[in-house]
Design a protein around this ligand. Structure first.
Ligand SMILES: [Zn+2]
Length: 192
């Protein structure tokens, strides 16, 4: 019930309860020790010791929707779009996604505000929202990703997706571009 979350949170806050909180795990990463993979926070291993095969599946799945990677009662650590998040409210993936998108919208609004202030009246004239991706970069990304969606492996209706959105300052470089199919791209960009 993604659409209802905002209203539900406000209602909870009015009653004085603690609203579900999601915070990013600082310096969260996947690290390999021997043949196993662990979630680590600033070098400290948190678990759980997956095989490389399992991690490969996880890396794809977390581009589509948040995946709970470590659970400890109600407290969970989630992975989504290569970032780790912690919460303690036994949330569903849809709720975690809604909270992540809310954080991103807040960050985008702050950034847009700062940029508008910096650009002053030039912003009113309208800056291009999309940068053209050069043919060389397209070719490099296509070859690197084997012409297939990095999330689901489909080669149907593929698009070039900015990992860090162009609107957030992400470059149109091969490092910041990936192949996604139209379906996965829509899902990634979907905001509640
Ligand atoms: Zn796909």
């Amino acid at each position: 019930m993604v659409g209802d979350l905002g209203g539900a949170l406000r209602a909870v806050r009015r009653r004085g309860y603690t609203a579900p909180m999601l915070r990013e795990v600082p310096h969260g990463e996947l690290v390999r020790r021997g043949r196993r993979w662990y979630v680590a926070r600033g070098g400290e291993l948190l678990g759980p010791g997956w095989s490389t095969r399992r991690v490969r599946v996880l890396r794809r799945a977390q581009l589509i929707e948040p995946v709970a990677v470590i659970g400890d009662g109600r407290r969970r650590i989630w992975l989504f779009e290569d970032r780790f998040y912690a919460e303690g409210d036994a949330l569903e993936p849809g709720d975690v996604l809604a909270l992540i998108r809310e954080r991103e919208r807040r960050a985008r609004r702050r950034l847009d505000g700062a940029r508008a202030a910096l650009a002053g009246e030039r912003t009113a004239a309208g800056a291009p929202r999309r940068e053209r991706i050069s043919a060389d970069v397209r070719r490099a990304v296509f070859e690197r990703d084997s012409g297939r969606c990095v999330a689901c492996g489909s080669d149907f209706d593929i698009q070039y997706d900015h990992v860090i959105p162009f609107s957030l300052g992400g470059a149109s470089s091969a490092e910041n571009l990936q192949v996604l199919c139209a379906t996965c791209n829509r899902r990634k960009g979907a905001t509640p």
